[in-house]
Design a protein around this ligand. Structure first.
Ligand code: ADP
Ligand code: MG
Length: 700
């Protein structure tokens, strides 16, 4: 047995009780697990701040000096210990304790030199530190101290068992000499050389006990690279396996339907990006692999026509196509758009949604099975088992995040040979994240808007300027435009939010009275039919203002709507704001987005608003969003389980990720079965990882 597999209870200083706790609280079962329990930050133990330079706003600092006075202050419950701590320049900082007073009284001396470590602050205008970590200088300068000291995360339960950061560090001091020389490389020599990585053994030692910044950063680089490399290897391995196991339909020809449509009926010239993406998809469809592609394109970038062109290729090869949208309205809009575009061609398009009538369904089912219907557009009604195709070859899933993994795989099974699948999303995902989360999907990006679009003008207005905003709305309506007014609806405060929405609606209805104005309202508590009715009224231009909660977030296309007013906009996330804004700017007119907020804004809220005012670029917005929120709660990431990195940071480590991906790609391009002897290590390590994470295969 490898020593790294030794159960943790056999490490000196652990024992059965602590080992149980380490398992549940730290996820540590073996020596190897503990070795991979890395510090989450480091204290520079070599540096002492002169008290005169300590900033009360700063994070943790370390100071050295003596207590010139320690006394007990206050009475009874308010009693506390306060000390005056002086450094060798003679400056003084106050130190206060509210707990463990007896211990402090007994053990802190006035003639001994101490090192204090803690978060400074201000109390009554004076610099103060409360409950600092405290150590005598004599103790502090023992071997292995000095340099950088790792800080390990712990929990209350661990601390109760005296397993604080310091104790964990002690365990590392015991562990590391024992396991050194038993640590194997996981990366082939040529990669380590090319990427200038530290030997793994050294990296693992330095990550716990770095001598200096340089050693630490080399260790981090190495371990991050390793982690990201294997993430990529896993994803590529899944993809390679799928390609091996699943044969895709081969669409050899680009036939008459495609050509006729392209040459005669396409109402505009495709943008360069659209052309490129169509080519990419066409190429995939011809290979015999099953197409699994994510198409990202900002709102309004023209994804629909790309989907249609690809559907025509399927039809030209004797197959049917399906397009699935997340809502009834969207399905209806796709249907109308595509029906119009194809009106002069012999392609049969049908729609199926939850509200399709029984008689219609019956006929539709029959015509699907006999192959008369070429393109079926609909909601998730499409995936019901009753819906059977004659020969389904191509599936488009629009606005991907509304569909779960299970639903997608149901579509696969609609045909003996699974259809090609194109997933389209308007929620831009930063490249780095896409590489990780969708590493097993191919990604195409439409990064260009159709020509002639006027960029949406976005402004920030405080609530106190509402009357001016109303005035502006009136002018736009006079020009024949329509307006959305959106209110946040956050579930926890639902009642409160509905009240806001209704109050807002009433004040708008007062400011824009009948019969000159028509105001619609749509929210989640309405019956679907009523919602549809109101949305349709707006889409048909019968009312000028649509007051809504975020139900309009996804996909509706009303080109005449040119103003988007977002109330309490500071409460929306960035990508949501961007999605909402994308509802306007679809016609030829200048469009506007007005972000209303109260007077007080958090720093983050302010950053979101200013980002929106500065840019219309969905990818830039997504990057900022990722930085503000961290990757944890981005769409789709939880279910894939890819985000729990041990050391890599997907936001900051883009460069390393890129390199790791290139190396992994190189391997899969040249030796997908990892047969070369240089890859023995890789194969071995990958197999053990794949075993540990059985869920990985289900990402897409
Ligand atoms: P999205 O990517 O948000 O789904 P759509 O496919 O709905 O965007 O397209 C938005 C609008 O742009 C539609 O009205 C569509 O007809 C139009 N459009 C798409 N491609 C082009 C193009 N190349 N040139 C001009 N207009 C285009
Ligand atoms: Mg769309």
């Amino acid at each position: 047995m490898n020593i790294l597999d030794t159960p943790i209870e056999f490490l000196k200083g652990v024992g059965p009780a602590r080992s149980e706790l380490m398992r549940t609280e730290m996820g540590v079962r073996t020596f190897g697990d503990l070795l991979h329990y890395f510090p989450f930050r480091y204290i520079d133990r070599s540096k002492f701040y002169p008290i005169s330079e300590v900033d009360p706003e700063s994070a943790m600092v370390q100071v050295k000096g003596k207590f010139i006075r320690i006394e007990s202050i206050g009475a009874k419950r308010a009693v506390r210990m306060v000390g005056a701590f002086q450094d060798d320049q003679g400056n003084i900082m106050e130190v206060a304790w509210f707990r463990s007073l007896t211990w402090i009284k007994q053990s802190i001396k006035t003639d001994v030199e101490y090192v204090l470590f803690g978060k400074p602050g201000l109390f009554n205008g004076k610099l103060q530190m409360t409950h600092p970590e405290i150590e005598t200088v004599a103790n502090f300068s023992k071997p292995l101290k000095g340099g950088l000291e790792g800080v390990y995360s712990t929990t209350e339960k661990l601390k109760a068992r005296k397993l604080d950061s310091r104790a964990i560090r002690k365990l590392m001091e015991t562990l590391i000499p024992q396991v050194m020389h038993h640590i194997n490389e996981t990366l082939p020599g040529y990669i380590r050389k090319r990427q200038e990585l530290t030997p793994r053994e050294k990296a693992l030692k330095d990550i716990h006990f770095p001598k200096n910044m340089d050693a630490l950063s080399k260790a981090q680089q190495t371990l991050k690279f390793e982690e990201l490399f294997y993430v990529q290897m896993r994803l590529m391995n899944i993809k390679a396996k799928r390609n091996k196991e699943i044969r895709g339909q081969v669409f050899k020809a680009v036939g008459d339907n495609f050509k006729t449509f392209y040459e005669k009926h396409l109402p505009f010239e495709l943008t360069g990006a659209q052309k490129r993406v169509v080519k990419e998809i066409r190429k995939d469809m011809g290979t015999g692999n099953q197409l699994n592609r994510l198409l990202q394109g900002d709102v309004g970038s023209g994804k629909t026509v790309v989907a249609l062109l690809c559907a025509l290729i399927a039809i030209d090869n004797g197959f049917q196509a399906a397009i699935m949208a997340p809502t009834e309205i969207l399905a209806q809009q796709h249907y109308e758009t595509i029906f119009d575009l194809l009106s002069e061609m012999h392609v049969n398009v049908a729609i199926l949604t939850g509200s399709s009538k029984t008689a219609y369904r019956k006929k539709l089912h029959a015509n699907l099975e006999n192959g008369q219907i070429h393109i079926l557009i609909g909601t998730h009604a499409l995936i019901e088992d009753k819906v059977k195709f004659n020969n389904l070859g191509f599936v488009v899933i629009d606005e991907q995040h509304r569909f779960g993994v299970a639903q997608r795989s149901k579509l696969w099974r609609k045909n003996t040979i699974p259809p090609h699948v194109l997933v389209m999303t308007a929620t831009p995902i930063p490249r780095t994240l896409a590489m990780t989360v969708y590493g097993d999907l191919d990604v195409s990006i439409i990064d260009e808007l159709p020509p002639g679009r006027k960029p949406i003008k976005t402004v920030h207005r405080k609530d106190s300027h509402r009357l001016q905003v109303f005035g502006f709305m009136r002018e736009e309506i006079k020009k024949g435009r329509q307006i959305y007014v959106v209110y946040p609806l956050i579930e926890e405060s639902e009642a409160f939010d509905y009240k806001d929405l209704m109050d807002g609606y009433e004040s708008i209805a007062r400011a824009f009275p009948n019969p000159d104005y028509q105001v619609s309202i749509v929210h989640g508590k309405m019956k679907p039919e009523d919602k549809e009715f109101e949305m349709k009224r707006f889409a048909d231009g019968q009312c000028q203002i649509m007051v809504a909660t975020t139900v309009i977030e996804v996909g509706v296309n009303v080109p005449n709507a040119s103003v988007m007013v977002i109330e309490s906009s500071e409460r929306f996330g960035l990508s949501q704001l961007h999605q909402l804004r994308g509802r306007v700017g679809r016609g030829a007119d200048q469009s506007y987005c007005i972000l209303m907020t109260g007077h007080k804004l958090s720093n983050e809220g302010r950053k979101r608003i200013s980002t929106m005012c500065e840019t219309n670029d969905g990818f830039r917005i997504a990057e900022v969003d990722l930085k503000l929120r961290g990757p944890g709660d981005l769409m789709g990431t939880q279910q894939s389980g890819v985000m729990d990195f041990n050391i890599a940071d997907i936001v900051k480590d883009t460069d390393i990720l890129q390199k790791a991906r290139e190396e992994a790609q190189y391997i899969f391009d040249n030796d997908p079965r990892l047969e070369h002897e240089q890859l023995v290590l890789v194969k071995h390590h990958l197999t053990s990882i794949m075993k540990r994470r059985p869920n990985w295969g289900r990402i897409s």
